[in-house]
Design a protein around this ligand. Structure first.
Ligand code: GDP
Length: 138
């Protein structure tokens, strides 16, 4: 079933110059780029986006990292987009990520882990609406 998910290329991967290589992983695996933009998150935007993690000990670090430089935000569309994106991303900790995944290939640490991907279709819809209006998703 065609589905949408939100992907973010995080500041570490943007500053390393691997935007194109990461986008290629999606396009090569039948995930279409339905929307895309480069943005600098404000503190308030990052706090809202990660509100679910507000009580976690790493929340401050996470918000600090996500606002440390520009990110690329995308809507990916395709069959089982949420699960497929999570599979292409690999485990949260790049040291545990399977070989050939985005995090295994481009990430350094559990905080600077190259990409974000929605974890359910329901959260994807919420996250997409934080960044894109419907007319920007094509
Ligand atoms: P994800 O869905 O794989 O991105 O993982 P989670 O939803 O569990 O965590 C969200 C994000 O918080 C991760 O992608 C990491 O950037 C960050 N994070 C998770 N665990 C830790 C941690 O122990 N320390 C730090 N600094 N960041 C973490």
């Amino acid at each position: 079933m065609a589905e949408r998910t939100l992907s973010i290329i995080k500041p570490d991967a943007v500053s390393k110059g691997v935007i194109g290589k990461i986008v290629d992983r999606f396009e090569s695996n039948d995930l279409r780029i339905a929307a895309m933009k480069k943005v600098q998150l404000s503190r308030a935007m990052a706090e809202q986006f990660y509100a679910i993690h507000r009580e976690r000990p790493f929340f401050g670090e996470l918000v600090g990292f996500m606002t440390s430089g520009p990110v690329v935000v995308m809507v990916l569309e395709g069959d089982n987009a949420v699960a497929k994106n999570r599979e292409l991303m690999g485990a949260t900790n790049p040291k545990e990520a399977a070989a050939g995944t985005i995090r295994a290939d481009f990430a350094e640490s559990i905080d600077a882990n190259a990409v974000h991907g929605s974890d359910s279709a329901e959260n994807a819809a919420l996250e997409i609406s934080q960044f894109f209006a419907e007319f920007e998703i094509l």
